[in-house]
Design a protein around this ligand. Structure first.
Ligand code: SAM
Length: 246
């Protein structure tokens, strides 16, 4: 079975999501750098803000972590692997003007698209930072609620990603993560396929191992809130899991 270095896997993942962002931004959206006349970004209606939330949803998610985030006014919220920004925009309202929602993503094209979506949607309590889950560009103990949607399965070093999540959460803070896990063996050729890794399958680990990693990091009251099949033809599940830093 071919084994790839973590950096090769991450490069392949980055290329896939750069393409997804560029296809979305390719025509007549604020992130486009060709084919449209430059337009002034000027939000005039709530509908335009809602449209930006919709544009942030590229269909790359596997759950609704924001719905279980219990986000309060004034919270600092972090979305790990924010893509085009869908969960950041969903969290923006509950965090309110005194709160802050930060999206982190390693793909520059996604950061550009999310930033353009935020401007178009008039979300002024959000920001997007280029960075990796394994070395978050976020201060220690600074986050009240961390979210993530279909990302950690893509990360080769999940242990470091969970350790970074622990570092940035404030004591009493919590995370809600939707992600793909396995509940049986994947074929070797699937495990060895970079394209399938980037499709959120090959990098998924066993559900029990995943929850064990979270607990070993130091999180408490770890609970699976929802689960459902991710693919019909492979033993994969999408789970939404919550945990706390005490
Ligand atoms: C499947 S998409 C999900 C995007 C978004 N959460 C959503 O639900 O629409 C995965 C995203 O995670 C990002 N990503 C993958 N591995 C990452 C890592 N190690 N550090 C930061 N971002 C990463 C990718 O660039 C991509 O934008």
């Amino acid at each position: 079975m071919t084994t790839y270095k973590p950096e090769e896997i991450k490069e392949s993942v980055k290329q896939r999501y750069a393409r997804a962002a560029q296809e979305e931004a390719s025509c007549c959206s604020p992130a486009a750098d060709s084919c449209c006349e430059p337009t002034e970004i000027h939000i005039t209606s709530k509908a335009e803000g809602e449209a930006a939330v919709t544009e942030g949803d590229l269909g790359l998610s596997c759950g609704s972590p924001t719905a279980f985030g219990d986000i309060s006014t004034g919270d600092t919220v972090l979305d790990l692997g924010s893509g085009a920004g869908v969960d950041v925009f969903r969290a923006s309202g509950p965090a309110g003007p005194s709160g802050r929602v930060i999206g982190v993503d390693m793909t520059p094209e996604m950061i550009d698209l999310a930033t353009a979506n935020a401007a178009r949607g008039g979300f002024d309590n959000v920001e997007f930072r280029l960075g990796e889950l394994e070395a978050l560009p976020v201060d220690d103990n600074s986050v009240d609620v961390a979210l993530s949607n279909c990302v950690i399965n893509l990360v080769p070093d999940k242990q470091t990603a969970f350790a970074e999540l622990y570092r940035v959460l404030a004591p009493g803070g919590r995370f809600v993560i939707s992600d793909v896990v396995t509940i049986g063996d994947l074929d070797d050729d699937v495990r060895a396929d970079l394209a399938t890794w980037a499709q959120c399958v090959s990098g998924a680990i066993d559900r029990t191992e995943y929850l064990g990693l979270i607990e070993a990091t130091g999180f408490t009251d770890v609970e699976v809130i929802t689960d459902h099949p991710f693919e019909e033809d492979r033993p994969t599940q999408s789970i939404t899991v919550r945990g706390f830093k005490r």
